[in-house]
Design a protein around this ligand. Structure first.
Ligand code: TYM
Length: 372
């Protein structure tokens, strides 16, 4: 049996996403839901069409309200513990699609408080400065400045704290232990923190002084926080936030490795030069054979290949091109070197464009950021 573990702070092992849905008690994204999005939006983003967003809570409810003419708001976030990698932006790309398609307001939380209490080595000033760096990436992705509010917990604490207290008063230590696996060695900052992550799910209602439905796109690791949020929401007079949850972009080093700043080849960062990113891609784990000769005879295995997964998840929109690539790989016609070059070119193109937009974002930061 393969062991895996998914918490907001730790993702380990080879994840069985079907089992995770059962473990967490979420719902799978079905073809029926995708058809409803298509009917409403006209265009289904590949991240949904390919079921990279594979799990949800009450997404069907959000669609039903929208079908009846009720607008929903979006909420997502980032814990600024370092520079942004391609995994982090996966849910943001999808969030932008949702904003563009459904015309939603977006509340974007930067949890500099969380990363300070969590990390043994980061200072408060470090997490504040990564909040700024990460905000540049968010802005570079092209969110609508009229409809997007980015805020860091430390900067927006005066507004948020009174609502965080309302949440905290209704969550016991025993619930926090059961949901997050805390024990007596956990610092009390982290135990309180989930209250801060709940608040933006209520901010649209607080600001508009009426109940506003909220949809939270993220990877599935954030689900434990929002189980707590959903438990207290109605007690506080709000709707439970709906969730739509993605799988993880894997580490480039293979299925048993985590994306981590301490393993330099595991992730591509938005601030990596195209040259550095290319080197990481060229060293990636693939599903290829030991020798070219063997591969020509046996074919490769795209199912375990990180290069194929990066193309499938983020970098190849065309289903036909992907299917052809898969076929050529499995039949031994395609060699890993070529696939790596294809991905490296696409990643470089993305990084060049993103980094230019990221520089321009420095002058636009005030159009997006909220503070007290
Ligand atoms: P953080 O900074 O760990 O992650 C930011 C977002 O990226 C997702 N994510 C990934 N998605 C795909 N592949 C990966 N390899 C990968 N790694 C991380 C996370 O699920 C998240 O959506 N506590 C949160 C910050 C936060 C938040 C939120 C996130 C505050 N409010 C609301 C989502 C929604 C955190 O530390 O995320």
């Amino acid at each position: 049996m393969t062991e895996f573990r998914v918490t907001p702070w730790d993702v380990e092992g080879d994840i069985d996403y079907k089992k995770l849905i059962e473990q967490f008690g979420t719902q799978p994204i079905t073809d029926g839901l995708i058809e409803r999005v298509e009917a409403l939006a006209g265009h289904v983003h590949p991240l949904l069409r390919r079921k990279i967003f594979f799990s949800h809570r009450d997404f069907d409810w959000i669609l039903s309200l929208y079908e009846k003419g009720e607008q929903f708001a979006l909420y997502t976030g980032r814990g600024p513990s370092g520079h942004t990698h391609l995994g982090h932006i996966l849910p943001w790309i999808f969030t932008k699609y949702l904003q563009d398609t459904f015309g939603c307001e977006l509340w974007f939380q930067l949890t500099d408080d969380e990363k300070f209490v969590l990390s043994p080595h980061l200072t408060i000033d470090d997490t504040i400065s990564f909040s700024y760096e990460n905000a540049l990436d968010i802005i570079a992705l092209g969110f609508d400045p009229e409809k997007t509010h980015i805020f860091s917990d430390l900067d927006y604490a005066k507004t948020m704290y009174r609502h965080a207290l309302q949440v905290a008063k209704r969550v016991t230590f025993s619930t926090a232990k059961a949901v997050f696996g805390f024990d007596n060695s956990t610092n009390i900052g982290l135990i309180f923190f989930t209250s801060m992550q709940s608040v933006p799910a209520f901010l649209p209602s607080i600001m508009q002084k009426r109940k506003v439905p909220v949809l939270i796109p993220s990877a599935i690791d954030q689900d434990p926080h929002f189980r707590v949020t959903r438990d207290v929401a109605e007690k506080l007079g709000y709707y439970k936030p709906a969730l739509i949850q993605s799988m993880f972009l894997p580490s480039l080093l293979g299925p048993d490795s985590k994306m981590s700043a301490s393993k330099s080849g595991s992730a591509i960062y938005t601030v990596d030069s195209p040259k550095v990113a290319k080197k990481k891609v060229m060293n990636a784990f693939t599903g290829g054979c030991q020798s070219l000769e063997e591969q020509r005879v046996q074919g490769g295995n795209p199912n375990i290949c990180t290069v194929y997964q990066y193309l499938y998840i983020l970098f190849e929109e065309s289903d036909e091109d992907l299917a052809r690539l898969k076929e050529r790989c499995m039949s031994g016609e395609e060699m890993c070197g070529n696939c790596k070059k294809l991905l490296a070119a696409k990643v470089s193109e993305f990084l060049k464009d993103h980094q230019a937009k990221r520089e321009k974002a420095r002058d636009r930061i005030d159009d997006f950021m909220l503070s007290d």
